[in-house]
Write a protein that binds this ligand. Structure first.
Ligand SMILES: Nc1ncnc2c1ncn2[C@@H]1O[C@H](COP(=O)(O)OP(=O)(O)OP(=O)(O)O)[C@@H](O)[C@H]1O
Ligand SMILES: [Mg+2]
Length: 399
């Protein structure tokens, strides 16, 4: 008797692709009966089993090519598995890889109808929701243009608008947060949270490990088509990050460096109140400038640079990065410096560490992670508070 709370059951799913090799014209091979129809079967999804329960947010993580998108396409019925099964007991909304489910020659409008129909919505029902779909997508002016003229961001907006407006009880989403612009990403996140609070179920594939930790109740980790681990998202993300980062390499100055190394932060310097001399201390309310020197071995596209300020062995006080503020350069190469200015520093007296990170745009590949790039002290300034890490600059009023 199946568990009624399970609304998606993936059972020993296998999906392989036939990879054809170049035909050989060699006479010897032809005579030998070889050289024709040579192929290998490549297992993209290799015997994967898991259940998703009603109301869960379920994450799927794994490196590029590990089979996540293929798995989702099997779940959405776009690909036929070779073996095993997928059982879905609720209406599903699917937002698959860019391109899947949309026809480039058809207009946005026609694609809305086509897509909603694939997801099981009748024509009348679609017509009733059409305006809402277009509103959510924000593509009013482009809705009668062919989809092939859309940018990837526009495309995702429309696909997402359809997926959520078919009123799905189960929403499956493949790596969407990386594509849209910041305001759209925020609306998607709000929608996810709203869906989750309404008790709907979400299956989320993403390289954004932060959102796996903050959004998901459970997750699996795919590697070369196999589910190698399943469980609590924080534990899973931690184990996954450890694996991706590889071994730690301690440096002479006590800092610890990890990452693949295409770009490195070689040094971090701190300047206070416009002075040209690098120092390692400041006061509360000083204007601080951090200069991150970098060295890129090759030209790397869209690197994201981040810093983390941590109180000595304690809490992360802040962890800004260039992607959050839309300041990602198209490429980075050679050497140079990046300045981060922090005016009227709110840190209270104590010792702090700065860690730096350089990643790819999805923040999945870590080029460089330097812990304790700079350790500095904050001395008493204004305002002064006996305890705590930051000041909120309180104004007290006695009445
Ligand atoms: N139509 C296809 N024909 C042949 N091989 C394919 C096909 N689709 C996917 N593959 C292969 O299957 C493997 C898994 O691909 P998939 O797109 O599922 O990975 P993924 O985990 O989604 O990766 P990413 O993180 O880059 O999105 C890859 O090796 C890919 O080359
Ligand atoms: Mg994919």
């Amino acid at each position: 008797m199946p568990d009624p709370t399970v609304i998606l059951a993936v059972d020993h799913l296998v999906k392989s692709f036939r990879i054809h090799h170049q035909k050989s014209n060699s006479l010897k091979q032809l005579i030998a009966g070889r050289g024709r129809n040579r192929y290998d079967d490549f297992l993209a999804v290799d015997d994967v089993t898991f259940d998703v329960h009603e109301g869960e947010v379920f994450g799927i993580i794994g490196q590029n090519g590990s089979g996540k998108s293929t798995l989702l396409k099997c779940m959405a019925g776009i690909l036929q598995p070779n073996a095993g099964s997928v059982r879905v007991t609720r209406r599903m909304g699917a937002l698959l890889e860019l391109g899947a489910g949309f026809h480039p020659e058809l207009s946005g409008r026609e694609n809305v109808y086509l897509n909603a129909a694939i997801l099981g919505m009748g024509r009348k029902e679609i017509a009733l929701r059409f305006d809402e779909i277009v509103d959510f997508s924000g593509l009013h002016a482009f809705i009668d243009q062919p989809a092939k003229t859309y940018s990837s961001g526009m495309y995702v907006r429309l696909a997402f608008a359809v997926a959520i407006n078919v009123d799905p009880q189960l929403l499956i989403v493949d790596e969407i947060l990386a594509v849209g612009d910041v305001s759209f990403q925020r609306r998607c996140l709000e929608k996810f949270v709203e869906f989750r609070n309404e008790g709907r179920t979400i299956v989320l594939v993403t390289h954004d490990l932060g959102s796996v930790k903050s959004l998901c109740d459970r997750a699996i980790w795919l590697e070369r088509g196999k589910a190698i681990d399943e469980g609590d998202p924080s534990d899973l993300v931690e184990a996954y990050t450890e694996r991706m980062l590889g071994a730690e390499a301690p440096a002479a100055d006590g800092s610890v460096r990890r990452g693949s190394g295409e770009i490195r932060i070689t040094k971090v310097e701190m300047f206070v109140n416009g002075s040209a001399f690098a120092v390692k201390r400041c006061r509360t309310n000083d204007d601080v400038l951090l200069r991150l020197y970098y060295q890129a071995e090759k030209t790397m596209p869209q690197p994201v640079v981040g810093i983390e300020i941590q109180s000595l062995g304690g809490a992360t006080v802040t962890a800004p990065n260039t992607r959050d503020v839309g300041m990602v350069p198209p490429t980075m190469w050679g050497s140079g410096a990046i300045d981060v200015s922090l005016s009227n520093v709110a840190l209270l007296p104590g010792t702090y560490d700065i860690h730096t990170t350089v990643t790819d745009f999805n923040r999945a590949l870590i080029y460089d992670h330097l812990r304790e790039a700079l350790r500095f002290d904050v001395m008493t300034g204004k305002p002064y508070e006996t305890d705590g890490v930051v000041t909120m600059r309180p104004e007290w009023k006695l009445s």
